[in-house]
Design a protein around this ligand. Structure first.
Ligand code: KG4
Ligand code: ZN
Length: 332
């Protein structure tokens, strides 16, 4: 079944075609980083306008790179939440136009499920087996799941305040780095000492699997504001990154241990972080855990992950039809 996937929940306009066996035939991403970087975060109205300008060319490009015509598409999958309503609507309208025009089914996909299962489309190694512990850490979300089968997820915990990526982006902003700041922090941190500043690790010692990043973010802001004399930005970046990574790795590996599930799948934009990957690898070899990370391109927002999840829904007869509406809040 040939499925077209469309993603426009935040600041990437993306389209992808997946074919037999869920193999992705094309995966086109138009990033808006240059539009939002000066503002230190996503401006919804500017994002929606950019999606409107780009969604049709991005879809055409995805079809052309896959070497298929629009009439070959057998189903359409689109991110219908969670995300910015004005942005989601652009992708949904485009998806409806194609599905109605061709008389083919249309399904709405939860963006978080897309992230959670991104490792299944990374052809570089065999996909994870169920059950697994899944961490989704992105700019908008930080949640931990027990995935027992496709479509069967139990949320073990989530962030009580900011998302992990948001803390990276805020720290970057106070250090004068552009948005999105995750990669910028990673690069700057390579020159810093992760033990230079003892930033707090909220909820680390508490039982349970919830996260909290706002205390860490505030500690960084206060440290920078109160600093007299020269600020060692690399030390701040490295010390912040060490704290954020420890929170994510400790809670996730603890879940694997306590629930007796020796497989961990990490996804979302923050999964691109090099220190995070290294620390998970260390914990994994210490505790005999198997680990999956999607390739870097599949960590951040893309439509291949949406097409993959949508293909599963479509194959089970799913069809949301013309009534499909955005769901700004949609817990997985
Ligand atoms: O998954 P994503 O593209 O969008 C959301 O669904 O939110 O994630 C974007 C987030 C941003 O906060 C960005 O700073 C962060 O992922 N990010 C990183 C890295 N690359 C992207 N955070 C830490 N280290 C990275 N290398
Ligand atoms: Zn995302």
């Amino acid at each position: 079944m040939l499925v077209l996937g469309i993603e426009s929940s935040c600041d990437e306009t993306a389209a992808a075609v997946v074919g037999e066996g869920g193999r992705s035939l094309s995966d086109v991403i138009a990033s808006q980083d240059e539009i939002h970087s000066a503002f230190g975060g996503v401006v919804p109205e500017l994002a929606a306008r950019a999606h409107m300008e780009r969604v049709q060319p991005v879809i055409r490009e995805a079809l052309s790179r896959a070497g298929v015509g629009v009439e070959d598409i057998e189903g359409v999958a689109v991110t219908s939440g969670p995300g910015l309503s004005v942005c989601l609507l652009v992708g949904i309208q485009a998806a409806k136009g194609i599905a109605l025009g061709l008389g083919i089914p249309l399904v709405g996909v939860n963006h978080l499920e897309g992230h959670l299962l991104a490792s299944f489309i990374d052809g570089s190694r065999p996909p994870p087996e169920y059950p697994f512990i899944g961490l989704v850490a992105s700019g908008g979300h930080t949640s931990l799941y027990l995935a027992s089968a496709p479509g069967k997820y139990k949320r073990l915990g989530h962030t009580l305040d900011d998302a992990a990526g948001e803390a990276f982006d805020k720290t970057a902003k106070v250090l004068g780095l552009p948005y999105p700041g995750g990669r910028e922090i990673q690069v700057l941190a390579e020159r810093g000492d992760p033990r230079a500043i003892d930033f707090p690790r909220p909820l680390l010692a508490r039982p349970g699997y919830d996260f909290s990043f706002s205390g860490l973010k505030t500690a960084v802001i206060n440290y920078v504001a109160k600093m007299e004399g020269e600020l060692n930005r690399a030390d701040v970046a490295a010390s912040f990154q060490a704290a954020a990574v420890e929170l994510l790795v400790a809670k996730t590996t603890r879940a694997a241990r306590e629930l007796g599930v020796p497989r961990i799948v990490v996804s979302g934009g923050v999964a691109a972080n090099r220190l995070l990957r290294e620390e998970f690898e260390k914990a994994g070899s210490r505790e005999l855990l198997q680990l999956w990370f999607p390739g870097l391109r599949l960590c951040t927002d893309n439509a291949a992950m949406i097409a993959h999840v949508g293909r599963g829904l479509l194959k089970n007869g799913g069809n949301d039809g013309p009534g499909l509406a955005p769901r700004a809040v949609w817990p997985l």
